[in-house]
Design a protein. Structure first.
Length: 372
C-alpha cells in the first residue's frame, strides 16, 4: 500500500511538472504584449476613413523626415474582420468559405514576418495555409489568383494558420474596385467596407508604456481608441506560470524549517539552515530574472494608498474590456496562449497541492528525521 502511495505521489509530481512546463512555454510565447499595443474602437470606422488616417500618417512621416515634426509617427495597422466570404480558385473549380480580414497599414503588425501586400497594392491578398490547401491542394501558391465577389486577386503570401483566412490591404484602388458602379447586376462587392474597421495595432517602441502610446496615438491621429491592456493578460499568465515553482520552493522551505526544529544535532540544524538559505537565494534570483513590474504599477510615493485603489479599479475595467471586446480570428492566437498559461499553471498548482497532501498523509510518522 505504501509503494502505491509513493507511486501516486510521483505521478502527481510529474503531472505538475508537465503542466508547469506547458504553462511556462505558453507564457514565453506571449511576445505580442512586449512589442505591440492593441486598441479597440467603440465606434467602428469605414475602410475609407482608415485609409485617410494612413495617408495622414504618411504625411506626418514626411514632415518628420524634413525636420518639421519632433516625433516620428507610430507605425500602425487598422483592421477589422468582415465575416465569411466565398473565395474561388483561379479556375473556379474549387471554392471555400473563409474569414476575411481587411487591414490598412503595416501587415507585419498582424502577420509575423509578412510585409505584403503594401498599401499601394490594389490586387494583392493573403491566404492562410488552410485556405490554400482547400483551394489549391498545397501551400506553394504565391502568384496564383483567387476570385472574390467578381474580382480577381493575386496571392502575395501564404501565412501560417489553420482557420481559413483571406486578408486584403486597403488602397484607393481597392476602394474603387469594391464600388458597385459598373458591375453586372448579379455582381457583388468582395468586401463590406462600411464601418467595419474596429481594431488598431500599433508598434510599441522600446521604452514606451502602453498608456504613453495611447496618448501619442490620440495626439498624432485624433482617433480616440480604448487601450487593450495586454500587459495585464501577460502578467496574469506569468503569475499562473510562476505558481508551481514558487509553491514548490515554499513547500520544501517549510519542510526544511520543520527539520531544523526537530533535529537535535548541530550538524542536522546546520544542514537544514544551509539548505533553507540556498533555496531562498535561488528563489530570489529566479524571481528577479522573470518578474518585471511595469512603471505604471509603481506609485511615486509608497504612502499614496489612493494609488492602489485607483490602480485596482483601472485593471478591473481593463479586464472587463478585454473580455467583452468582440474577438476576431486574429485574436485566437494570443487569447489561446493566455488561456494555456493560466489554465496549465492552475492545473500544475492543483496537482502539487494534491500530491503534497497525499504525501503528508502517507508519510505520517515516517516523516520524523533520523539523527545524523
Amino acid at each position: 500500500m505504501r509503494k502505491f502511495s509513493y507511486a501516486a505521489i510521483a505521478a502527481f509530481a510529474m503531472l505538475g511538472i508537465l503542466f508547469a512546463y506547458l504553462s511556462a512555454a505558453a507564457w514565453g510565447s506571449m511576445v505580442w504584449a512586449k512589442d505591440k499595443a492593441m486598441f479597440y474602437l467603440e465606434t467602428p470606422i469605414s475602410a475609407e476613413t482608415a485609409l485617410g488616417i494612413w495617408e495622414q500618417g504618411q504625411e506626418l512621416a514626411e514632415q518628420y523626415r524634413q525636420g518639421l515634426e519632433n516625433e516620428a509617427p507610430l507605425p500602425f495597422c487598422i483592421w477589422g474582420q468582415t465575416g465569411h466570404v466565398l473565395v474561388s480558385g483561379g479556375n473556379l473549380s474549387m471554392q471555400t468559405q473563409v474569414s476575411a480580414i481587411l487591414f490598412c497599414g503595416k501587415p507585419e503588425l498582424l502577420f509575423e514576418d509578412c510585409r505584403v501586400p503594401v498599401p499601394e497594392d490594389v490586387g494583392g491578398c493573403l491566404l492562410d495555409e488552410q485556405a490554400a490547401w482547400e483551394l489549391f491542394g498545397g501551400t506553394e501558391v504565391v502568384g496564383k489568383e483567387v476570385s472574390c465577389g467578381n474580382h480577381i486577386f493575386t496571392i502575395r503570401d501564404v501565412i501560417p494558420g489553420k482557420e481559413g483566412l483571406v486578408a486584403f490591404q486597403v488602397s484607393r484602388g481597392l476602394l474603387e474596385k469594391n464600388s458597385t458602379k459598373g458591375q453586372e447586376p448579379e455582381g457583388e462587392p468582395p468586401l463590406g467596407m462600411d464601418e467595419m474597421m474596429q481594431r488598431v495595432t500599433v508598434q510599441k517602441p522600446e521604452g514606451y508604456s502602453l498608456h504613453e502610446l495611447e496618448s501619442i496615438w490620440d495626439s498624432q491621429y485624433g482617433l480616440s481608441a480604448d487601450l487593450l491592456d495586454t500587459e495585464l493578460l501577460r502578467g496574469i499568465g506569468g503569475f499562473c506560470a510562476l505558481l508551481f515553482p514558487v509553491s514548490l520552493c515554499i513547500f520544501f522551505g517549510t519542510y526544511l524549517c520543520h527539520q531544523y526544529k526537530v533535529w537535535e544535532s548541530l550538524l542536522g540544524k546546520a544542514l537544514a539552515a544551509g539548505c533553507s538559505l540556498a533555496l531562498a537565494a535561488a528563489l530570489l534570483v529566479f524571481l528577479k530574472g522573470f518578474v518585471k513590474i511595469p512603471d505604471s504599477y509603481i506609485p511615486t510615493r509608497w504612502s499614496d494608498f489612493s494609488f492602489w485603489a485607483s490602480l485596482w479599479e483601472r485593471k478591473i475595467e481593463a479586464l472587463k474590456l478585454l473580455l467583452r471586446v468582440p474577438k476576431s480570428i486574429l485574436d485566437d492566437s494570443w487569447m489561446g496562449l493566455f488561456y494555456q498559461a493560466a489554465g496549465f499553471g492552475a492545473l500544475a498548482e492543483i496537482f502539487l497541492a494534491i500530491g503534497g497532501a497525499w504525501g503528508k498523509a502517507a508519510m505520517g510518522n515516517l516523516s520524523e528525521p533520523q539523527e545524523i
